[in-house]
Design a protein. Sequence first.
Length: 177
Amino acid sequence: METYVAEYANRSAQAVRDVIHKLTAELDYRHETIDQIQGKLTNETKIGGRGYYVSYPVFVELYRNMERIMERSGEYIFLMLCTVVDSKGNPMREGPKLDELSARLEKAVIQSVRHSDTVTRYGKGQFLVLLFNTARENCKIIEDRFDSNFLVGRQRTGVEYAVNSVILSKFDFTHKY
């Protein structure tokens, strides 16, 4: 598996999705009832109140599915980008300090969101969060929870947040802090 991951690590997201689709097309499941299949689909590893962490390709597919659902449901879903920044507010791009802060931010985000929200790592020092069925004004409350679980003592680094509605054309809620 590690060889496979290393081989595709530098490919585009579309190339990775193409490989995943090819692999899944080759899977052959035995005949089962809908109850048996649904039992396998149900998340049995529910962690009390914590967010759902997925790989980026899975996140992309979830996002696209939510876009389709939102066209008819009218529920609010927001995409939040969390970026580790230095003491001057500039995004941190590399280094051991960024690695340590990224690990801490990942833990803070997963612990701070609701069980229904989805989290993924986008890049070094960046995380994406899908916030389901929430109001725009609640996004600031969520950011405050992230900060309270991330910031330690007189920490000079921080997190910059950007939030958009999943359906921008309908709601146009672009906001940066």
